[in-house]
Design a protein around this ligand. Structure first.
Ligand SMILES: C=CC1=C(C)c2cc3[nH]c(cc4nc(cc5[nH]c(cc1n2)c(C)c5CCC(=O)O)C(CCC(=O)O)=C4C)c(C)c3C=C
Ligand SMILES: [Fe+2]
Ligand SMILES: [Fe+2]
Length: 328
């Protein structure tokens, strides 16, 4: 491969959130420290927040959360990283002739900075950033842009840049979610209610202009329409609350209790904000929330996995790459 070939090939960087390198309290503290000290993620005055984070939250939370990571850990590492790598490999194999496809993480390895340096060393002059978040949020998508800009701070000749801001309404994404739900219904008894449980954000972020909740609503409504669901057959909710501030509602745990109290016995739960299964889906949505529903009187709880490296998601990413590099 000559430098000239690389100049012509567009570099694509798929970016996911990040995850610990090992399921140990130290590795978890390192990851959470990077993640939760980003002002885009926790928007509190640094003088107040950082001492609380490093002296109280990390020592306690890392030990507890490391045990959860140990329960879901795969032979080759954290599910989020293993699955994101599988997606990258498949997308790369399909687009090899025109694109060089990389994977980076915002708060862990492979670092955005490391990957961007590799792209620059390769002589690429066009970069497409593709955050693996269907719905834009200030707390996930914006930090990808920040990290990219930071990585290039000392570069004189910047490559051209495009970034996929979101793909929450992309027909191939909506159809892939609908097909995944349909496939689940073909294999198991259909639940009375389908829950779209999105990762939450603080309400304050939405008030300040984060379009994330609207995009979640749009995704869920579109999938429900494709499936032909009536209004009482599906609900939208938000999980993974963190800290004391109010987060966007309804909260998934509370909604599950309400449904159980109303006599709903069976639910199917999908988490469309996650392109790859991870701690929040495998442990929280598929185990913790199931236990809550069953304890509240529910009888059947099915988690429908993320799109992961299934062919439709791989095709979706290929389509997004082609679409956003038009004219390059
Ligand atoms: C203020 C805290 C948090 C905000 C805001 C937030 C938004 C947000 N996160 C994701 C996706 C993921 N989050 C993951 C883990 C995770 N998230 C938070 C906190 C906030 N998230 C914490 C503290 C953690 C770590 C686990 C824990 O300590 O409870 C992950 C999984 C990582 C993994 O290793 O598996 C993902 C993915 C989205 C999409 C989002 C807003 C839209
Ligand atoms: Fe999160
Ligand atoms: Fe089911």
């Amino acid at each position: 491969m000559s430098q000239h070939d690389n100049e012509l090939k567009c570099a694509v960087v798929l970016v996911n959130l990040g995850t610990p390198d090992e399921a140990t309290p130290n590795a978890v503290a390192k990851f959470l420290g990077r993640f939760l000290s980003d002002k885009r993620v926790v928007n509190l005055p640094k003088l107040l927040w950082l001492p609380l984070l490093y002296c109280v939250i990390l020592p306690l939370r890392s030990r507890r959360v490391a045990k959860l990571y140990q329960q879901i850990w795969l032979k080759n590492g954290s599910p989020l990283k293993v699955i994101s790598e599988q997606i990258r490999n498949k997308v790369s194999a399909k687009l090899r002739d025109k694109y060089e496809v990389h994977l980076a993480m915002t708060y862990s390895s492979p670092d955005i900075k490391e990957v961007v340096n590799q792209v620059l060393d390769g002589g690429h002059q066009k970069v497409l950033l593709l955050p693996m978040y269907p719905q834009y949020s200030v707390s996930t998508t914006a930090p990808v842009f920040d990290a990219y800009a930071k990585a290039l701070k000392n570069t004189y000749n910047l490559p051209e840049l495009r970034m996929v801001k979101d793909y929450y309404a992309e027909p191939a994404y909506i159809q892939a979610l609908a097909n995944s739900i349909k496939q689940h219904w073909e294999l198991t008894a259909r639940g009375e209610v389908l829950l779209f449980s999105f990762h939450g954000i603080p309400e304050r972020y939405a008030r300040n202009g984060d379009p994330y909740p609207q995009q979640c609503e749009d995704t869920a409504a579109k999938v429900a329409a494709v499936l032909g669901l009536k209004q009482n057959q599906w609900r939208l909710c938000y999980q993974s609350r963190f800290g004391k501030d109010p987060w966007v509602k309804p909260y998934t745990d509370q909604l599950l209790h309400q449904l159980a109290e109303q006599g709903v016995k069976s639910v199917d739960v999908i988490s469309p904000a996650f392109s790859a299964d991870c701690l929040e889906t495998i442990e929280e949505v598929s185990c913790e929330l199931r236990d809550e529903f069953l304890e509240a009187g529910g009888e059947q709880y099915h988690y429908i996995s993320a799109l992961n490296d299934n062919p439709e998601q791989v095709e979706l990413y290929c389509q997004l790459i082609e679409k956003h590099t038009q004219g390059w």
